[in-house]
Write a protein that binds this ligand. Structure first.
Ligand code: PEP
Ligand code: MN
Length: 258
C-alpha cells in the first residue's frame, strides 16, 4: 500500500523520522504553557487542550479561545507547529485559521458530522482511537474524513478499555502494525493516556517505537502535582528529556531516527 506522508510545514509524519509531540494536557495559562514546553528536547510539535472533552462536567474544561491564542503565541515564539483538540463543528472556521493540526479526541471518534466536516478542510487531522472502539471502527472513522476529500490523517492509538485496571487504559500495541498494514496513514501512540501514570510512560513509549509507531505524543507539566487535568500521568520536562535519550536508541535499532 502507498504510504501517506502528512506534511506540516517542513515536518513529515510517516517518513523515517519519528515525530515527537509534547505539551500539557490542557493549556492553563500563557506562563504555565511556556514553562511546560520551553526546555523540551527534540520535540517537533507542541500539544495542549483549549477545548477539552472531560469525562466529568465538574472538571476543568479548558480556556477555549484564550487557549488557542496562547498556543499560537508560544508556538510561534519557539517556531513549532501545534496540535489541539476540536469538540464541535462550529469551531472549524477558527481552527482552519489558527490551528496547525486538528485533533479529534477519543470521545469524538464517532462524531460522524464532525468527521465529515473536517473532511472538507485540508488541515492535518490527528484522529484518536475511541477507548471502546475496534481498529476497524477507527479505520471507518478515518474514511469518513477521507471520503470528503481530506486524506491528511494521522491515526493515534491511546489505549483501550479492558478488564485490566492496573493502568488507566490498555495500550493496544497490536494496533500499530495492524493499522499500518490496513491503511496508508501514519500511526502515532499516546502512552500518557494509555498508562494514566507517569511511571509507565517510558516503557510504553519505547515499546511503541519498537513496534513501528511513526510518532509519540506525551503529556508534560512543569509541576505535575498542580496540573489542572491528568496530573498523575504528566511528566516533568526533564523526565521527558531522559526518555527521549532512550527512545533515540530504540529508533536507531530499527533503522529510524528522532
Ligand atoms: C488528549 O489527548 O488531550 C485527550 C483528551 O486524549 P483522549 O481523547 O485520547 O482521551
Ligand atoms: Mn490529558
Amino acid at each position: 500500500m502507498n504510504k501517506k506522508i502528512v506534511k506540516i510545514n517542513n515536518l513529515e509524519v510517516g517518513a523515517e523520522k519519528i515525530v515527537l509531540i509534547a505539551g500539557p494536557c490542557a493549556v492553563e495559562s500563557e506562563q504555565e504553557f511556556e514553562l511546560d514546553v520551553k526546555d523540551l528536547k527534540a520535540v517537533d510539535i507542541f500539544r495542549g487542550g483549549a477545548y477539552k472533552t472531560r469525562t466529568s462536567p465538574h472538571s476543568f474544561s479548558g480556556l477555549g479561545e484564550k487557549g488557542i491564542e496562547i498556543l499560537n503565541k508560544i508556538s510561534k515564539k519557539y517556531n513549532k507547529p501545534f496540535v489541539t483538540e476540536i469538540t464541535k463543528v462550529d469551531l472549524i472556521p477558527t481552527y482552519e485559521k489558527l490551528v496547525d493540526i486538528i485533533q479529534v479526541g477519543a470521545r469524538s471518534m464517532q462524531n460522524f458530522e464532525l468527521l465529515k466536516a473536517l473532511g472538507k478542510t485540508n488541515k492535518p487531522i490527528l484522529l484518536k482511537r475511541g477507548f471502546g472502539n475496534t481498529i476497524e471502527e477507527l479505520i471507518y472513522a478515518a474514511e469518513y474524513i477521507s471520503s470528503e476529500g481530506n486524506d491528511n490523517i494521522i491515526l493515534c492509538e491511546r489505549g483501550i478499555r479492558t478488564f485490566e485496571e492496573s493502568t488507566r487504559f490498555t495500550l493496544d500495541v497490536s494496533a500499530i502494525p495492524v493499522l499500518k498494514s490496513k491503511t496508508p496513514y501514519p500511526v502515532i501512540v499516546d502512552p500518557s493516556h494509555a498508562a494514566g501514570d507517569s511511571a509507565y510512560v517510558e516503557a510504553l513509549t519505547l515499546a511503541a517505537i519498537a513496534a513501528g509507531a511513526d510518532g509519540i505524543m506525551i503529556e508534560i507539566h512543569s509541576k505535575p502535582d498542580q496540573a489542572l487535568s491528568d496530573k498523575k500521568q504528566a511528566l516533568k520536562p526533564e523526565e521527558y528529556n531522559e526518555i527521549i535519550l532512550k527512545a533515540e536508541k530504540v529508533a536507531k535499532a530499527i533503522g529510524r531516527y528522532i
